[in-house]
Design a protein around this ligand. Sequence first.
Ligand SMILES: Nc1nc2c(ncn2[C@@H]2O[C@H](COP(=O)(O)OP(=O)(O)O)[C@@H](O)[C@H]2O)c(=O)[nH]1
Ligand SMILES: [Mg+2]
Length: 438
Amino acid sequence: MEQSGKKVFILLIVCSCSLIFLSILLSNYWNVGLVQYKYWIEKNMELLRNKTEYLSNKQTQVGNIVLKNSNDKLGNSQVGAERKDTTENSKNNHYFPVNINISLARDEVKHIQENSEAKYIVYLCPGMCGGWGDRMTGITSTFMWSLVTKRKFVIQHHHPCALTKVYVSNHVNWSINLPKGLTQTQRYLIDNEQFSPKEIGTPNTHIEKRYSNDVIIFRNNIDWIKAFKNALYKDRLIELGFNPSNLSMDYIFPKLHNLLFKPQQELQKKLEDFLHSTKNKSLVCAQIRIGKNPTIPNDPTRNKPEFLPIIWDFLAQYNNSIKYKIFVTTDSENIRQSAKRLFPTTIADTEGVITHTDRSNQNQACQGMQKVALDFNILSHCDVLIISRSNFGEYAARLRNSAKELYGFTNGNIVKGFPRGEKNEYFNRTTKQFSKKQ
Ligand SMILES: Nc1nc2c(ncn2[C@@H]2O[C@H](COP(=O)(O)OP(=O)(O)O)[C@@H](O)[C@H]2O)c(=O)[nH]1
Ligand SMILES: [Mg+2]
């Protein structure tokens, strides 16, 4: 009895040792497997979340701002763009303030780039492609086409100079030379509002079947995003991590902008320095687009000078240099100087001459692109933001990715939300409150 007890004891020890040895041996494989498995689960959970989100589709849309679950968000990005939350995010996101999930789209971009068979799509800007905001529109629309059709995306931006002067590739290597000997087609679509409904929105054959050349080159400044609501593209959009029922430029722009760009070194340094100088203060900003003026004489009129006092009244509420920094960016040197005179201790300015990316003389416009891109990026970090009806301001607000404290300067009024959105609440210069139209 005692003998057999000993045998069982020894057997138990041998078994436990073998088990320990086996688990040590397997742990390496297991670790690798676990990581893969976790990645696979995360990816599929993300896909599932997207599908569920798409099916439940509970957003309410107000004007062109999508409000979801009553939070102040543009599109349905994961988190709004409160500046206080962005320090960590900024570190990872090269100082773009949005905190959004682009992991699926990033993986898709990687697959496309690794595919040596992939065809190409090009955003071309040789001049006459509109200002910075127009370029943001054209680039985003063309990039969306490339994601949907699994083509490699290339930016050929020659006017007023290379885009790489201010932006460099983030997750998409868009600054590449095309291989020789490919078939190609080129379409000039500047200001062409008919193209996307006709070619993307309504047909029942996929664009890839109708545009089969190796290289498709687009010159475009129009928003094509909503046209991809066409059911033909639904599955691909879900695969990319986008909600097909919530497709708008508000929702897509910050995602695609982050996939494509990070500020070039010098620009990033300027942005960091500027943001550092506003540390522990609220950043209150206004983008004032006046149109034709001595700084940019060959532009159509946008706002009248007599509209300006309401902006000064609004900003005066924040004229306290202990708590606030006021940043005014504009297409007019006169307005820039007025802001400095009115708020001498609170104002923060960025150096450089004001230029129009498409209309100033080429040398100046190239020099000026750094200020244009810097001002644009600063706007996306503002705690309080007034924008004019201008692609420049509107795209900065989209990049900011929050409807919180966003105001539109329109027709001599300041309204809550985008200047082109539903105008429900107006700023009253006497009471300094927002109310229904007086
Ligand atoms: N720095 C700066 N430039 C501006 C501002 N508003 C307009 N611009 C210039 O004017 C151009 C306007 O073109 P775009 O961005 O397409 O906007 P839109 O024409 O106003 O819809 C930009 O490329 C800038 O060069 C501004 O507030 N600040
Ligand atoms: Mg324009």
